[in-house]
Design a protein around this ligand. Structure first.
Ligand SMILES: Nc1ncnc2c1ncn2[C@@H]1O[C@H](COP(=O)(O)OP(=O)(O)OP(=O)(O)O)[C@@H](O)[C@H]1O
Ligand SMILES: [Mg+2]
Length: 369
């Protein structure tokens, strides 16, 4: 914003210090003056000294009147006020300068942040006061901003990389086909179709993620237990194919949100619980319930043992578990990131806990309707 130039805060503070000092000084001088006046008569008043019988010389005693007093008092009072003015201005300038030093550091940090240096911190030393609180709040904001920007950059880099992969594969397939006219076209079309389908799947996941992040959806009354049932029914054939058992339980869990997004969230969780399960004889438990002000959806599954460190990163976009060899499911790594976004868009929380016996226990808390 362009603003007209004005007085600096340091100058304003200096002027107010000096002004206040002058006012207090003038008041004090006025009080002294009024006090002195009580003991000084208005006019010249000469009293003869008491006469002594054998003393021929009779001196007169001189008592000053008000104008004599004023003549003596005014220059001293003016000098005192002048001293106060100089003292007030100089002292005020130094004091205001000292008081405002932290502000200079905060402004400097703000300028650096504006120019793109988010790693700089103010780190104002000293005990807590208003300036230090402001500086600390600013540091916290910078740290958040830096983390957020880093996350966005990572996300953009990962997304571009993932999107480039199918395009690069298509390119290679087409190049090979061009150089080898004898190749079977049906096989080529099949391969291209698979690659293209994966690219569409990825793009749709990215779109879904951005839609959930923008919170641009209509909210309606929904029952999470019905959604869980719907997701389970849809994914039951996949579970049966892998020889898994799905156990569901739970009461009515009313909440408010987008039916489509909450169904997508539950589908992702149940799908994960199926495909990242034991190769055979695994189990998935799906429970819904109501706590005082929240509704809870828990999806738990057997599987490989996972370390808490690994689990804490799984909800980040494009994070995949290490073992790819055991499963035929080549995921994109956006499933849990989408679940997290949908949960946050519904003002809920997502908790991932590794089960001691292996596998994962994922809990979603949403506000109850
Ligand atoms: N229920 C689960 N049990 C064990 N591991 C899991 C479970 N859910 C997720 N994971 C691990 O977390 C990783 C990330 O999951 P996420 O759903 O985000 O991606 P994905 O399943 O690999 O791919 P997709 O985007 O297709 O879902 C998985 O690769 C897997 O290693
Ligand atoms: Mg998944």
């Amino acid at each position: 914003m362009d603003r007209a130039p004005g007085l600096s805060v340091r100058l304003k503070l200096t002027l107010s210090y000096a002004g206040f000092l002058m006012f207090a000084g003038a008041l004090l001088i006025a009080v002294v003056w009024v006090f002195l006046l009580r003991y000084v008569p208005d006019d010249v008043f000469v009293t003869p000294a008491p006469r002594r019988p054998r003393d021929p010389f009779v001196p007169h005693q001189f008592i000053p009147n008000r104008s004599d007093l004023w003549r003596a008092f005014a220059p001293k009072a003016t000098a005192a006020l002048a001293f106060l003015l100089v003292f007030g201005l100089a002292g005020g300038w130094i004091l205001a300068g000292r008081m405002l030093t932290p502000l200079t550091r905060i402004t400097q940090a703000t300028r650096m942040a504006t120019n793109g240096s988010l790693s700089h911190r103010i780190r104002l030393p000293g005990r807590r006061d208003e300036f230090r609180e402001l500086a600390d709040a600013f540091d916290t904001m910078l740290a958040r901003l830096e983390a957020h920007v880093a996350e966005q950059q990572r996300f953009a880099a990962n997304a571009s990389h993932e999107l480039r992969t199918p395009l690069a594969i298509s390119q290679t397939l087409l190049d090979v086909a061009r150089n080898d006219p004898t190749q079977d076209h049906a096989v080529l079309v099949d391969r291209l179709h698979t690659v293209n389908a994966r690219a569409i799947e990825l793009t749709e996941a990215l779109l879904l993620l951005s839609r959930a992040d923008q919170r641009s959806f209509t909210r309606e009354h929904v029952d999470l237990s019905l959604i869980a049932e719907e997701a389970t029914e849809t994914l039951l054939p996949l579970a049966e194919k892998r020889g898994l058992t799905i156990e569901t339980s739970g009461d009515i869990t009313p909440t408010i949100g987008s039916h489509t997004l909450l169904l997508q969230m539950t589908m992702n969780l149940v799908h994960n619980a199926i495909v990242h399960n034991l190769p055979e004889e695994g189990t998935v438990w799906i429970t819904t319930g109501v706590l005082s002000k929240t509704v809870v959806l828990t999806v738990e599954n057997t599987g490989e043992k996972l370390s808490p460190q690994l689990v804490s990163t799984l909800a980040e976009p494009f994070q995949r578990g290490t073992k790819r060899i055991h499963t035929d499911h080549a995921g994109i790594g956006l499933g849990l990131a989408i679940v997290k976004s949908i949960t946050q868009a519904h003002d809920g929380t997502l908790t991932l806990i590794p089960r001691p016996a292996g596998g994962l226990r994922i809990t979603v808390h949403l506000p109850a309707a």
